[in-house]
Write a protein that binds this ligand. Structure first.
Ligand code: NAD
Ligand code: LMR
Length: 329
């Protein structure tokens, strides 16, 4: 028997990431090749943005995706988020000329307060929310705080791009394949302070740390390469990462919904106090997922170097949170 369609909202649907994401959702890459989907697409009310969205929808129509049962365009989150099972929040205010980080935080705090409230009012009670728009962890935190009737665990931030970037760097360094690497994670904020950690990782059962055996490379090459990869792509392309970000969003939601079969991945989730991260902080953790729920991997040893890195990224997140406190309900 055919499955009931799942409702998926995507915001910023006419943007670059939207263009790399929507076709793959409609093609079944995110929720499964047997899962029909309904797309509910949100863009700002601006005439140009809505027109561009219509153009993207024309192209999606022209793909004649068998799994796509319905698709609607919206400029109001209250209609876009109605009954959604999954919400991928991509749309955000980019940093403009002369804009300080604080201005960016405030502009986005407003967007994610409105969207959190709308999710609270109209989304499925089991909605899975992924925030991609930057600053992703703090935006996810704001949306979560603005949706008090939804479980906090339904709100997550995207660290998967950092995770995938780290996998590629480790595979290149060890001369192995990404598919054979397990138990890698990225702690903290989606920002250059994130801490990509391969201490527990294995490749074909061998310890990655022992294979690399080079703390100097870890501290001075690997971490800066992964941490500054977003900026390197902007510098090279003149635009921020889009296809790889969309791919990471697909990976994140697919693993959350369909499970990781005991394998680790990285998700930004509200802390339950694990590893001394204050409860509620939206933090990248190693997780496993099963039956639509994630569990933070427990019992990992945090050595002095790792603790220092975790403290640094936590400090940044705490400062971001302080910066928007006055805007929260
Ligand atoms: P983009 O500018 O091409 O597209 C963003 C779209 O969002 C625009 O079409 C804009 O009209 C729309 N938008 C803005 N405010 C909106 C709102 N309130 N409601 C609905 N739509 C809204 O940008 P992009 O390249 O697609 O990137 C989107 C965001 O993702 C940026 O914040 C970017 O920094 C972030 N990003 C995050 C990661 C990550 O790993 N977490 C990676 C890459 C990019
Ligand atoms: C990325 O990691 O590629 C983006 O978050 C970079 C950015 O600042 O948009």
């Amino acid at each position: 028997m055919a499955k009931t369609p799942m409702r998926v909202a995507v915001t910023g649907a006419a943007g670059q990431i939207g263009y790399a994401l929507l076709f793959r959702i409609a093609n079944g890459d995110m929720l499964g090749k047997d899962q029909p989907v309904i797309l509910q697409l949100l863009e700002i009310a601006d005439e140009k943005a809505q027109k561009a969205l219509k153009g993207v929808m024309m192209e999606i129509d022209d793909c004649a995706f068998p799994l796509l049962t319905e698709m609607t365009a919206h400029s109001d989150p209250m209609t876009a988020f109605k009954d959604v099972d999954v919400a991928v929040l991509v749309g955000a205010r980019p940093r403009g000329p002369g804009m300080e980080r604080k201005d960016l935080l405030e502009a986005n705090a407003q967007i994610f307060t409105v969207q959190g409230k709308a999710l609270d009012a109209v989304a499925s009670r089991n909605v899975k929310v992924l925030v991609v728009g930057n600053p992703a962890n703090t935006n996810a935190y704001i949306a979560m705080k603005s949706a008090p009737s939804l479980p906090a665990k339904n709100f997550t931030a995207m660290l998967r791009l950092d995770h995938n970037r780290a996998l590629s760097q480790v595979a290149a360094k060890t001369g192995t394949q990404v598919k054979d690497i397990e138990k890698l994670t990225v702690w903290g904020n989606h920002s250059p302070t994130m801490y990509a950690d391969y201490r527990f990782a294995t490749v074909n059962g061998k310890s990655v740390k022992e294979l690399i055996n080079d703390q100097e490379w870890n501290a001075n090459t690997f971490l800066p390469t992964v941490g500054k990869r977003g900026a390197a792509i902007i510098e090279a392309r003149g635009l921020s990462s889009a296809a790889s970000a969309a791919n990471a969003a697909i990976d994140h939601v697919r693993d959350w919904v369909l499970g990781t079969n005991g394998k680790w991945t990285t998700m930004g989730v509200p802390s339950d106090g694990s590893y001394g991260i204050p409860e509620g902080t939206m933090f990248g953790f190693p997780v496993t997922t099963e039956n639509g729920e994630y569990t933070i991997v427990q019992g990992l040893e945090i050595d002095a170097f790792s603790q220092e890195r975790i403290n640094l990224t936590l400090k940044e997140l705490t400062e971001e949170r302080e910066g928007v406190k006055h805007l929260l309900p």
